[in-house]
Design a protein. Structure first.
Lengths: 229, 472
């Protein structure tokens, strides 16, 4: 019994408020030093769910997973995109250095197919990373996914709406993503396994559109009638 | 030369019984449906004998299942048996409708003696749940006659075989009917009596054909048998006595067929990636299911999982009378190397194919796509979605040569409804498509919307504004 307890404590499965200890759970670095520091030097947890909560696409959410995606495709692992809300644009991905041969896009029709597919992807040893846009999910379903992800050793990132930040979730890592000044991405850690949450950091994402940060917007006079002049 | 003959006294019966467990007695009737041809042990217990009138048989066992014999099906069944027996024997000749010759003298060294061959064949027959009477002979006909009479023994001793032959009654010798009657009238009862007659007289008084047959039995006249070559396809059929309404009933029969497919593929050292499953219904067009695996595969278990998934997705539209599994595409198997160029082990490769096949079986093949860039200026044509394939060599794309593009492309341009708060780059004019009627002339900008999103917007010649992508 005591052995079981020790394991639970070491894996940080039991949350201890008074003690802040580094855990040994497997993880993949995010590729952003600032974010890694906020996550206790770990990054994306492997064999567990991660959630990114955001309002709308286009704030740099894909850039956040880009270093990991690049690493996985280079290592020959398959990256699955499950029900992406728009078309992942192949020329842009190729420009970022993602191996398109190791990238598979899947569209499912209903929730049961979605869950089944995600479970199968998570359990497979060929998978490196799963990016999924589940839409609405019941807590029960998230729990089922969390169990499936524990069966494998893969990183799974769910992109969900920001309203669901209130809903509790068994995911190991929950990040709230918001746009910031200078096209950056504000990351707010809502939950992370084994430690306090509440860390914040801002990542520079302006390079995703080739914008130099220090510079003021280059095209000051927009062609838009009545735009910011 | 030493020949082994296998006589299948009730092949059709055996075949039906192993495809579906049946509680009631079963008989096979001839084409006109008048007489019983074959009766299962249960029927024989009830007193039904082959040759009996069907009416009498029904009187003995009212619950009797009746199946009509079908010439074509019998021939196919026999070929199926030849197919698996070919794993053990090189020189094989089918003797339709119910027998097989195998030349065994050349196999004695391989198996280590006649007894070992005999045992191997008997074991294989038991595995396939078949009843067969086997016999050895120095000529094909001698082996056949002994087998059909059920007098076969595992002995290559010539004297012994000749003695057994001589004991056979004339009716078992497969002579012409008139010849048989005439021999009987001469007072001859057994084959031995005929052997004892002077050959010249036999040909002169009876017929030259009779002499030829006798000489073929004795081995003094050549009787060549052309070796059979297995056709290069796999086709197995299972018929059901009781119509199958649930998927589970099909799986039972499929399990055996798939196990035979695996064995067959193993022997050929080949794989396949396409199975065709045809379900026949009584009053409907047959259902044809095509099962595809993404990679070469030979394991019955994997095929079974895929079939199960497919059947779960597509419930049976009507009760099934019989099913046929056909494989026509064969791929020669690659020798498993330790690691390939990408440092990928065989296991991972296999796991990849398993996963993708599973997903495709449930979601449909078009649900999974792989993306690739295409040389075109127009954004909506600059990419394509294709079939999922295992990557072998990384593409030679120079990332720096590609222009800056958003990671998200909208399925179609959306009207821009908000005034952007900042403009970053542009205009980038994209004009083209005059060659295929999908003309495009747009000025693209990168702009930030009030919500903080970076959008790829464009203006068309009519001065209307659209969002075409997001810098995600």
């Amino acid at each position: 019994m005591s052995e079981l307890l020790t394991t639970l404590l070491q894996d940080a499965r039991v949350w201890q408020g008074h003690r802040h200890r580094t855990t040994t759970q497997p993880a993949e670095t995010t590729g952003f030093q600032a974010l890694d520091n906020q996550l206790g030097g770990l990054g994306w947890p492997r064999g567990a769910l991660s959630e990114c909560l955001l309002d709308a696409s286009g704030i740099g959410e894909l850039q956040l997973v880009m270093p990991l995606m690049k690493r996985m495709t280079e290592a020959g692992k398959t990256v699955f995109w499950l029900n992406p809300p728009h078309t992942p644009y192949a020329p842009a991905l190729a420009r970022e250095g993602v191996g398109l041969d190791n990238l598979v896009v899947i569209h499912t029709e209903d929730t049961s197919d979605f869950l089944w597919t995600l479970e199968n992807c998570l359990r497979s040893p060929v998978t490196g990373l799963v990016l999924a846009w589940p839409g609405k999910l019941a807590t029960r379903d998230v729990r089922r996914l969390q169990l499936a992800s524990e069966a494998g050793q893969n990183v799974c990132v769910l992109f969900r709406e920001r309203q669901q930040a209130e809903q509790n979730s068994p995911a190991a890592l929950r990040l709230e993503l918001m746009p910031d000044a200078q096209q950056g991405l504000k990351v707010n850690v809502l939950k992370r396994r084994g430690s306090w949450s509440g860390q914040r950091c801002t990542l520079a994402m302006a390079h995703r559109a080739d914008i130099r940060v220090q510079e003021a917007p280059r095209v000051v006079q927009g062609p838009w009638p009545g735009a910011t002049r | 030369m030493l020949w082994l003959y296998l006589h299948f006294p009730h092949l059709l019966l055996d075949h039906v019984r192993r495809s579906q467990p049946i509680e009631n007695a079963l008989v096979i009737v001839e084409g006109t449906g008048q007489h019983v041809l074959q009766a299962c042990p249960l029927a024989q217990d009830a007193g039904i004998q082959p040759g009996m009138r069907l009416k009498t048989a029904l009187g003995l066992a009212p619950e009797l299942h009746i199946l009509q014999a079908d010439q074509q099906q019998q021939a196919q069944l026999l070929e199926e048996q030849a197919r698996w027996l070919y794993h053990y024997v090189a020189h094989l000749t089918p003797a339709p409708p119910d027998g097989l010759w195998a030349e065994v003298s050349s196999l004695q060294r391989l198996y280590g003696g006649l007894a070992a061959i005999w045992q191997t064949v008997e074991q294989a027959l038991a595995e396939h749940q078949l009843t067969a009477w086997a016999a050895l002979g120095h000529t094909p006909l001698a082996a056949r006659l002994l087998a059909r009479a059920g007098k076969g023994e595992c002995s290559a001793d010539k004297g012994h075989i000749t003695h057994a032959l001589a004991q056979l009654p004339l009716t078992a010798a497969e002579f012409d009917k008139t010849d048989c009657t005439r021999l009987n009238r001469l007072g001859l009862e057994t084959l031995g009596d005929v052997f004892a007659l002077p050959q010249k007289e036999l040909a002169r008084r009876l017929s030259p054909e009779l002499l030829a047959t006798v000489q073929k039995i004795q081995g003094t006249r050549p009787d060549p048998r052309a070796p059979w070559q297995p056709p290069h396809r796999f086709r197995q059929r299972a018929g059901f006595i009781q119509e199958v309404e649930h998927t589970q009933g099909l799986l039972f029969a499929l399990q055996r067929i798939l196990a035979e497919l695996e064995e067959d593929l193993c022997w050929r050292q080949q794989d396949t990636d396409t199975l065709l499953l045809v379900l026949q219904h009584r009053h409907q067009e047959p259902t044809r299911l095509r099962l595809r695996t993404t990679g070469p595969e030979h394991r019955a278990e994997t095929f079974m999982k895929l079939i199960r998934l497919k059947l779960d997705q597509q419930p049976l539209s009507a009760p099934v009378v019989s099913l046929v599994l056909v494989v026509r595409r064969f791929i020669s198997r690659e020798a498993p190397g330790g690691q390939d160029l990408l440092g990928e082990t065989q296991d991972l490769n296999e796991a990849w194919h398993t996963l993708i096949s599973r997903l495709q079986a449930r979601l449909g093949e078009q649900a999974l796509t792989q993306l690739s860039p295409r040389p075109d200026h127009r954004p909506e044509f600059a990419w394509s979605a294709g079939e999922v394939k295992r990557a072998k060599n990384p593409g030679e794309v120079n990332p720096q040569a590609l222009p800056r593009r958003p990671l998200w492309l909208l399925p179609g341009p959306c009207p821009l409804t908000e005034t952007p708060v900042a403009w970053f780059s542009g205009p980038e004019r994209i004009s083209g498509g005059w060659w295929d009627g999908q003309r495009v002339q747009r000025d693209y900008y990168i702009a930030q919307l009030p919500g903080g999103q970076l959008a790829w917007v464009f203006r068309d010649p009519q001065n209307a504004w659209f969002v075409h992508g997001w810098f995600g």
